[in-house]
Design a protein around this ligand. Structure first.
Ligand code: SF4
Length: 472
């Protein structure tokens, strides 16, 4: 079912009873929570809501899981190695729990929405107390209370991994990780069913937030001093489907740009099948929209793209890149690429290498294919040995390294606008920030510049950043 845009206000009264219970249990001591999110920015954003709920319930925070009264790992199901890492980290908590039997260990996020994983936790990780899926984040106060109260009556565990309800909860408190950069989800879930991807299975069907709710959140962020705001969605280009009020992604951006203040808007991820000329024109017309498009191509071979169920071909992809370059000469592209999709031949892989040279990406997120249970690609024949895929992977990284170095080299002598974030790695007397293309730029300056936009002329390219001096 496509999302209806249905939203509900989070009932903050639930936090009051949770706060009272925590106070009763811990007395004068502030209990400590450790929250860690694996995977994508969407997960990081969910993690900020989990921390926001816990802060309202009276928890403080610690970076050391061994010292925490409550540990929550917000999991990712996109790649196999993220799972392995998680189970390693959960295993390590067993000893901490032996030292402190009152510790609560919670797991949530995409992996918990996979029935086989939830079952594995139930059977093989008895010291995990709380498990909740992607559709149950808003239930954290009740679930935690149920667990803490239940312990006194001998009940040990709470599992909340129901199927998706396609409801967006507005007003969940958020404890953001930074004071300049903020993540703002504009939609949840995905309708695309790319053959390798588990997201539609664990995050459910696509549903968009109401434009007014997005605008209100961004107005508040700008008022609080946030200057670099990234809109999040699995496919932001299909934002607005099912909303009562017609508003596509370009319309939403146009409305966001009317908010007064000096700030940048970024967005991810753009699916190439849904990107429109209207969207590119909107980016071209608005200074607040960064001239950077993350446009995951995944493969440069039409046959592989069909097998991936991506619904575009290389010609269409390149026509988007050409149009954007005509309209926005300063535009930069980044992308995701999967190497060694089942059945991919070396000649087909070389077509991806060719595409990288044509588009000249600033940077790439590259992955060797990792089969995900429940997806179509996991059942496909995959005859190419892992060692061979690793060789292709190394070849691709080398090509991108050369392309990236050329791209950065072209910036020497040019001026870029940078949001100053903190000290730079270049040495004492250098500050650092990112430009609109998300490139790290170090420049001579001091800490009074933090939170301000500065104009920098690029002098040289270092391995960690562009390095320059201020000209504003
Ligand atoms: S667009 Fe494709 S790759 Fe992206 S989340 Fe949806 S199914 Fe996964």
């Amino acid at each position: 079912m496509t999302g209806t845009g249905g939203s509900q206000q989070f009932d903050s009264r639930l936090l009051d009873s949770a706060r009272q219970l925590i106070q009763r249990l811990f007395g004068d001591r502030i209990p400590l929570a450790h929250v860690h999110s694996y995977g994508c920015q969407g997960n990081v954003s969910d993690g900020e809501k989990i921390s926001g709920l816990l802060a309202q319930m009276g928890y403080g925070f610690t970076a050391d899981p061994g010292r925490a009264d409550l540990v929550i790992y917000n999991t990712c199901a996109i790649r196999e190695h993220a799972e392995e890492k998680l189970f390693g980290n959960v295993g390590a908590l067993k000893h901490a729990k032996r030292r402190n039997p009152d510790m609560v260990i919670g797991l949530c996020g995409c992996m918990m929405q996979q029935p086989a994983v939830a079952e594995k936790i139930k059977k093989s990780y008895p010291y995990v107390d709380l498990v909740f899926g992607t559709h149950a984040l808003q239930n954290l106060p009740q679930n935690l209370c149920e667990l803490l109260q239940g312990r006194q009556q001998g009940k040990k565990r709470v599992f909340d991994t129901d199927e998706q309800k396609n409801i967006i909860y507005e007003g969940i408190p958020t404890r953001r990780e930074g004071s300049l950069k903020a993540w703002v989800p504009i939609m949840y879930g995905c309708d695309n069913f790319c053959s390798y991807c588990v997201v539609p299975l664990v995050r459910g069907r696509e549903v968009s937030r109401q434009p007014a709710d997005v605008l209100r959140e961004i107005e508040q962020l700008v008022g609080q001093g946030y200057r670099d705001i990234t809109l999040l969605g699995q496919n932001v280009n299909s934002y607005g489907k099912g909303l009562a009020e017609p508003c596509d992604f370009a319309d939403l951006l146009q409305r966001i740009c009317q908010i007064p203040g000096d700030f940048w808007i970024r967005f991810m991820t753009s699916h190439p099948k849904d990107i429109t000329h209207k969207l590119i024109d909107t980016i071209a017309q608005n200074d607040k929209l960064c001239n950077h498009i993350h446009l995951p191509v995944q493969s440069g071979c039409d046959r592989v793209l069909r097998e991936m169920n991506r619904h575009y071909d290389v010609e269409k992809y390149l026509s988007i890149v050409d149009y954007a370059r005509q309209k926005i000469p300063a535009v930069s592209f980044t992308s995701d690429i999967i190497v060694g999709f089942p059945g991919e031949q070396y000649e087909e892989f070389l077509q991806t290498v060719d595409l990288i040279k044509k588009v000249r990406y600033d940077s790439l997120f590259t992955f060797i294919f990792s089969p995900r249970p429940g997806t179509r690609a996991a059942k496909m024949e995959d005859p190419v040995p892992a060692k061979e895929k690793s060789r292709w992977f190394g070849q691709l990284l080398e090509v991108q390294r050369q392309v990236g170095r050329q791209r950065y080299g072209e910036l020497v002598g040019q001026t870029v606008r940078v949001l100053c974030e903190g000290p730079g790695k270049t040495g004492p007397g250098y500050m650092s920030g990112r430009d609109e293309h998300n490139m790290v730029v170090d420049f001579i300056g001091d800490s009074t510049l933090c939170g301000h936009f500065v104009t920098v002329e690029v002098d040289r390219v270092a391995s960690w950043a562009l390095v320059g001096h201020r000209v504003d």
